[in-house]
Design a protein around this ligand. Structure first.
Ligand SMILES: O=P(O)(O)OC[C@H]1O[C@H](OP(=O)(O)OP(=O)(O)O)[C@H](O)[C@@H]1O
Ligand SMILES: O=c1cc[nH]c(=O)[nH]1
Ligand SMILES: [Mg+2]
Length: 225
C-alpha cells in the first residue's frame, strides 16, 4: 500500500503518482500533455483509493479449466465522485477508469480572484451549478479537485455535499497538490473527511497560488489565461 498517514492528510506516495505530478509541475508541459497527465494521475489515485481503503471478498470463479476462488473489490457500485468544475474534469476522467460505475456529481465553483484573499486567507467562492446524485450511507464519496490551495473552494463544495447527503460510508477529499493552510481549513471545517493528496507543498503566495505548485490547473488544462 502506498498511502502514508500524516497528521494533516494521507499522502499518496505511489512512484507513478510522483512521476506524473512532476511532469505536471514542469512549466514546459503543454496543454495536451498537461490534460493527459491529470487523467493519468486521477487513474493512479483511484487505484490507490481502492487498494488502501476498499475491502475485497473471496468469490467462487469457474475458469475454462476449473473451479477456483477469486477475489473481488467490494462496494464498487457504491461510489460517488464529485467533479469540482472546472479543473477537476480531466482528473475525474482518470478516476472513472478506476470507478467506471460511479455515480457522478458536478459542482461548479470559482474563486473570485479579483476580490483576492481576505485577512483570514480565504477567497469568496461563487457556486453556479450543483447537480448531485443520491448519496446514501453505503456510499464512498470522493470529492475531487486537483488543487487545494486556501481550501475556500473545497469548504464551499463540502457544505453542499454534506447538506445533501443522507449519510456516507467514507468521505474522501482528493487533490493532487495541496497547501498546508488549505488542509488545515478543510480539516477544521469537515473533520469527518479524509484528506488525500499526492503532495503537500510549501506555502501559498500573496495571490493564493500554491508554491511550488503547478500554476493555474484550469488555465493549463483548458488553455485559457
Ligand atoms: O483552495 P482554493 O484557494 O479555493 O483554490 C483551489 C481552487 O482554485 C482553482 O479553481 P478556480 O477558481 O481557478 O477555477 P477553475 O477550476 O475554473 O480554474 C482550483 O481548480 C480549485 O478549485
Ligand atoms: O496554485 C493554485 C491555486 C489555485 N488554483 C490553481 O489552479 N492553482
Ligand atoms: Mg475550480
Amino acid at each position: 500500500m502506498t498511502i502514508e498517514d500524516r497528521d494533516d492528510a494521507y499522502l499518496i506516495t505511489h512512484a507513478l503518482a510522483k512521476d506524473t505530478l512532476s511532469r505536471l509541475r514542469d512549466v514546459e508541459t503543454e496543454q495536451v500533455a498537461f490534460r493527459k497527465g491529470l487523467v493519468k494521475l486521477g487513474r493512479i489515485c483511484g487505484y490507490e483509493i481502492i487498494d488502501g481503503a476498499m475491502d475485497t471478498e473471496y468469490v467462487p470463479v469457474t475458469t475454462p479449466l476449473a473451479e477456483t476462488t477469486g477475489e473481488r473489490v467490494k462496494g464498487l457500485d457504491d461510489v460517488v465522485i464529485i467533479n469540482v468544475l472546472r479543473a477537476a474534469t480531466p482528473f475525474v476522467e482518470g478516476l472513472l477508469k478506476a470507478f467506471p460505475r460511479a455515480k457522478q456529481g458536478v459542482i461548479s465553483a470559482g474563486r473570485d480572484e479579483d476580490a483576492g484573499m481576505n485577512d483570514a486567507g480565504e477567497f469568496p467562492i461563487t457556486i453556479d451549478y450543483v447537480k448531485l446524485p443520491e448519496i446514501t450511507e453505503d456510499d464512498t464519496v470522493i470529492v475531487a479537485d486537483p488543487m487545494l490551495a486556501t481550501g475556500s473552494t473545497m469548504c464551499a463544495v463540502l457544505d453542499h455535499v454534506l447538506s445533501e447527503a443522507d449519510g456516507y460510508e467514507n468521505l474522501f477529499v482528493l487533490s493532487a497538490v495541496s497547501a498546508p493552510d488549505g488542509l488545515v481549513r478543510v480539516g477544521d471545517a469537515a473533520p469527518e473527511a479524509d484528506l488525500l493528496t499526492v503532495s503537500i507543498d510549501d506555502h501559498l503566495d500573496d495571490d493564493g497560488f500554491i508554491v511550488p505548485g503547478l500554476g493555474d490547473a484550469g488555465d493549463r488544462a483548458f488553455r485559457t489565461t
